[in-house]
Design a protein around this ligand. Structure first.
Ligand code: BES
Ligand code: ZN
Length: 863
């Protein structure tokens, strides 16, 4: 016998160009589950219909399943065979058949958290992208859509609640067991199937749709958690109303359920009528959740709800089209959150995330277009590029079309493809027709990877000024040569001399590699406000004097552009300092002071604007990243700003914090600004700061203030640090989501012993590799801590590689997500680069490595 689990993964590459429509469709599926945590029996009945003209075998994918018997039209059938883990049924020249297969699965030993698994004694499913094949044999591809009938039977005491997609149409009891029959009237792909069984309590509410239908809403959680579901429920109702108002899309079932589970690989999943969520995106109350957590709940609830149209009613033809549903749905949730709060602050946050997660991906060995050409393991392609760059591509189309024509385009898209498995090309075509625009060249955004760079220079002819724009798209793996992209660029220009001359907000459509834009008449060089609102996801290279940036930071009429100007000023100063040149700290201090003066009117915006760029983003601007110099210079600038504006920072903290129950933008902004003020003061190293921070920590009425104070203390070595960490641990040791924060703040610490601290925390009794949130809170936070992860002796690299090796056999998806930081070796000095490659090689030398980790590590090594 060969032990399949230790056979090295043979990388099989799937190509987009190889797509062929399914030979068999499955209009109806009946599933019968005999539920047990240790063992669950699944009986599947598939009504299959041949779509291929000629006879073709029925290919049913399986993963870890065995088929004892196959029945066709009620009789035992012998014309089948296994092909690896797949089941191939030869149906001769039949054009339709009823195919039945029984399988037995073991939820309790499913540590991958794909398919049917156990979490806290309850059973739940995760099927996207290819988890359904771990439950029963099935084509398990998104272009096979079926109506599902799901029957489940289980012990009443263990599984008092039985849920699946659609509506519960029948239920009954039999001895200690009970059963329920659920029917989903909407045909759906297998990745949207869901089942949940367990001891859950519900927060119930209802929503009346625009056509007057009453929808019952339920958020299901473990006993004791129900009081923390109010914010998620509000977000759900707000999302339902928003999608009606903004896109004209109504919910289409009488029931919408959400279940929160503690063990979940991702954030949440949009299963039809039965969303399954990571608890961290459902549970929130002021004592345990920060403002960032609250916003996360709101955004993720909205995101999964919006998938009901962008993903479920119109789904994806194949997984290469993933951005069709994810990019579009991120765009939708971003706009929803903007409408619920402050649009400029939301835009700042989204652009910051794009630059932190997507730009590095696009500049490294794992770069891929938003519609990839090939993959080995689809789970590796739920990336910042598919999601966040994908959202930017939709946003650019919305900008090019304007709101009315964009709405015409989305109406056409939803109406034309309702009930279908569509492609990115279908979306673009609907935009072209609905918006009456030619997007021919724009399609390159779907084909070419890499972040375009715009080099700008101002040209002068007497008093006539113009802007010269040169566009390049860098080479990426497999794509050495690129053509220029079409993009909307919003710009404006202002006279700095008080004459009032301006070029008002203008939308320019770039198409060429070189383009000249007239700016108008200015007596002297105007201040240029460019890529306003981040209208295109590009890097802009434009030499500007500190005075010009400071002027824009103070006067630009676009808040996003004001933010950008101040960030650029800080960045120029920090990059110069980290590269051994002298930066102009005084210009930064003056500009921060100027911005801070507006804090009372808009604290949320000011808190974002005065924050120094992250260490990683500073590194991204350097030819070779020097993590130690970056940390040193960033802390030095922070200390200089802290000291110069000490009175102002102390004044921010002297006022009372807004009550933690106040979730208005202004209150959230006020708390954020207090956190920023505390961090600036802490950087000065003044003696009273640990006491001040400890006072805030102890007196806080909510988690935002408490966590901000704890994180600040965690950077230092005061007695207050140890004391606060201990208090926090004792108070929250039984609340897993809050305990995650305890691990996280320590892994984020700027102390020089953080690698050792993380190593020790991995041995803490509360640490476990079985829970992805816990893994992310320790190791995910650590690998984002640039100077710690890149510690010169390579201990940080070793720590992450050890984790990948230990986690891969249990949870390959989560293990593979830890690899990308090791793949950025080209960006660091030779010594660090060699150590990073050595760790990737060590991972690849492990026997029995998963396909997930194999793909990420080998691509990262190739560079
Ligand atoms: N469809 C995904 C969830 C998913 C992704 C399941 C990959 C399985 C594999 C869901 O809609 C999603 O995108 N969730 C995000 C959160 C969202 C707000 C971007 C997530 O889970 O991170
Ligand atoms: Zn999604």
């Amino acid at each position: 016998m060969t032990d399949l689990s230790s056979t090295p993964a043979i990388p099989v590459t799937i190509h987009r160009g190889d797509y062929a429509p399914p030979e068999w469709q499955i209009p109806d599926i009946a599933l019968d589950f005999a539920l047990g945590v240790e063992q669950t029996k699944v009986s599947a009945a598939l009504s299959v219909v041949r779509h291929a003209a000629a006879p073709a075998p029925l290919l049913l994918r399986g993963d870890g399943l065995t088929a004892a018997e196959v029945r066709v039209d009620g009789a035992v059938w012998n014309d089948w065979r296994m092909d690896g883990s797949d089941l191939i049924v030869d149906l001769g020249d039949r054009t339709a058949a009823a195919v039945e297969v029984d399988t037995v699965i073991k939820p309790a030993s499913n540590t991958q958290l794909m398919g049917l698994y156990a979490s806290n004694n309850m059973l739940c499913t995760q099927c996207e992208a290819e988890g359904f094949r771990r439950i029963t044999f099935h084509p398990d591809r998104p272009d096979v859509l079926s109506r599902y009938k799901v029957r489940m039977t289980g012990d009443k005491a263990t599984f008092p609640i039985l849920l699946s997609n659609g509506n519960c149409v029948e239920q009954g009891e039999a001895g200690n067991d009970h059963w329920a029959l659920w029917e989903d009237p909407w045909p759906k792909p297998s990745y949207l199937f869901a089942l949940v069984a367990g001891d859950l309590v519900v927060n119930r509410d209802s929503f009346t749709t625009m056509s007057g239908r009453e929808v019952e809403l339920g958020i299901w959680v473990r006993k004791g958690d129900e009081a923390r579901t109010g914010h998620a429920m509000k977000a759900l109702k707000d999302s339902m109303a928003w999608d009606e108002r903004v896109y004209g899309r109504e919910y289409d079932l009488d029931l919408f359920n959400i279940v929160a589970v503690s063990d979940f690989n991702m954030g949440a999943m949009e299963n039809k009528g039965l969303n399954v969520f990571n608890t961290r995106y459902i549970l929130a109350d002021p004592d345990t959740a920060t403002d960032v957590d609250y916003d996360g709940v709101e955004g993720v609830v909205a995101h999964e709800y919006f998938h009901n149209w962008s993903g479920n009613r119109v789904t994806c033809r194949d997984w290469f089209q993933l951005s069709l549903k994810e990019g579009f749905t991120v765009f939708r949730d971003q706009n929803f959150s903007a409408d619920m709060g402050s649009p400029p602050v939301k835009r700042i946050e989204d652009v910051r995330l794009l630059r932190a997660a997507q730009f590095p991906e696009d500049a490294g060995p794992l770069a891929h277009p938003i519609r990839p050409d090939s993959y080995q393991e689809i789970s590796n392609f739920y990336t910042a590029t598919i999601y966040n760059k994908g959202a930017e591509i939709i946003r650019m189309m919305a900008t090019l079309l304007g709101p009315e024509r964009f709405r015409k385009g989305t109406d056409l898209y939803f109406d034309r493809h309702d009930g279908e498995a569509a492609t990115c090309e279908d979306f673009v075509r609907a935009m072209e027709e609905g918006g009456d625009i030619d997007l021919g060249q724009f399609r390159r955004w779907y084909e070419q990877a890499g972040t375009p760079r715009l080099s700008l220079t101002l040209a002068q002819d007497g008093d006539d000024w113009s802007l010269d724009i040169r566009q390049t798209v860098p080479p990426t793996p497999g794509q050495p040569d690129k053509a220029p992209m079409m993009m909307p660029l919003r710009l404006a220009a202002f006279a700095m001399d008080g004459s009032g001359a301006t070029l008002p907000d203008t939308l320019v459509t770039l198409t060429g590699a070189a383009q000249r834009v007239p700016l108008g008449r200015f007596a002297s060089r105007p201040a240029l406000s460019v890529n306003r609102g981040f209208s295109a996801p590009v890097i802009v290279d434009f030499e500007r004097a500190p005075g010009e940036l400071a002027w824009l930071a103070a006067h630009d009429d676009d808040p996003f552009a004001r933010y950008e100007a101040l960030q650029q000023l800080m960045l120029d100063t920090l990059v110069a300092a980290a590269s051994g040149d002298t930066g102009d700290a005084q210009a930064v201090i003056d500009a921060v002071a100027q911005t801070l003066a507006g804090a009372a009117a808009d604290p949320a915006f000011v808190a974002e604007a005065v924050l120094l760029p992250s260490e990683a983003f500073i590194g991204d601007q350097m030819v070779t990243v020097d993590p130690d110099a970056i940390r040193r210079e960033r802390l030095a600038l922070q200390a200089a700003i802290g000291a110069a504006l000490e009175r102002e920072w102390r004044a921010v903290l002297a006022g009372a914090a807004p009550p933690a129950t106040d979730l208005s933008s202004k209150a959230k902004g006020g708390r954020r600004l207090r956190g920023v003020a505390l961090a600036y003061l802490a950087a000065t190293g003044q003696d009273d700061i640990p006491g001040l921070a400890f006072g805030i920590f102890s007196g806080a009425d909510g988690m935002t203030e408490r966590q901000a104070a704890l994180a600040t203390l965690a950077h230092g070595d005061s007695d207050e640090r140890a004391h606060a960490l201990d208090i926090f641990y004792q108070r929250y040791r039984d609340n897993p989501l809050v305990l995650d924060k305890w691990f996280q703040v320590q892994a984020w610490s700027l102390r020089s012993d953080t690698v050792d601290a993380v190593k020790a925390l991995a041995q803490h009794p509360d640490f476990t590799l079985a829970n992805p949130n816990r893994v992310r809170s320790l190791y995910g936070a650590f690998s984002g801590n640039q100077a710690a992860f890149h510690q010169a002796d390579g201990a940080g690299y070793r720590l992450i590689a050890d984790l990948v090796i230990a986690l891969d056999p249990k949870n390959p998806q989560t293990a593979a997500k830890m690899i990308p930081p090791l793949g950025r070796w080209k960006r660091f000095d030779e010594a660090r680069g060699a150590m990073m490659r050595a760790e990737l090689e060590r991972i690849l030398a492990q026997p029995g490595l998963s396909r997930d980790v194999t793909e990420q590590a080998s691509k990262s090594l190739a560079g």
